[in-house]
Design a protein around this ligand. Sequence first.
Ligand code: ZN
Length: 209
Amino acid sequence: MNEQRRNVARTFVYEGERYARTTLKGANLLRPLVFGRLHELVGDPDGDRLLMPGVRSYTDADYEVARGWFRRCIDAHPEIEGELSTQLAFCERVLAVVLDQRDIEHLEVERGRGRRLARVFRRGSVTDQVRCKWCGHYTPYVDPGEGFGYLNSNNCERCGWSYPAPHFLWDSLDGLAYSYYRGSMGERGFYDWFEENFRVENKTTWRGG
Ligand SMILES: [Zn+2]
């Protein structure tokens, strides 16, 4: 992800107005900002046909299927690559991790229950585990909209990093930038990772302990 580090400012422009990322308005505008740009680049009917299956698979932590759809989307619309780069990189990151004994034990338990493996279903009804987007190992699913990473209430059981479950909007560059500048993540490693991958306007002070 870091061949050509992109500038990530503390502010963003939406419909001609400039906003600070870390305000409530910044959080509320994340969806129209990200999907607005994507739909502008992809257009109809490809927006629904090519883009949305990837978005849904990513949300379901089905990284391999999501990667396939994201690549298909980029093949058809090369200009979209930058808009999907962070989510695609999370897919690559997870899929490169070899499952360990603990993961395999989890999968065996799931298989024993006769349930579909490691699939997240609808928000709010999830009891399963998902592969953490940071370390690639299985961890209990916690809705990315719940809890606080810096208070250790939404963290991976394996690596401890914040917000392990994938979320298409929060894992976009704008979503990550919000988390970076707001200091939402509890581990220093996130801030180092972000600064290695993106050129930040000024560094956020890590507030974790
Ligand atoms: Zn993890």
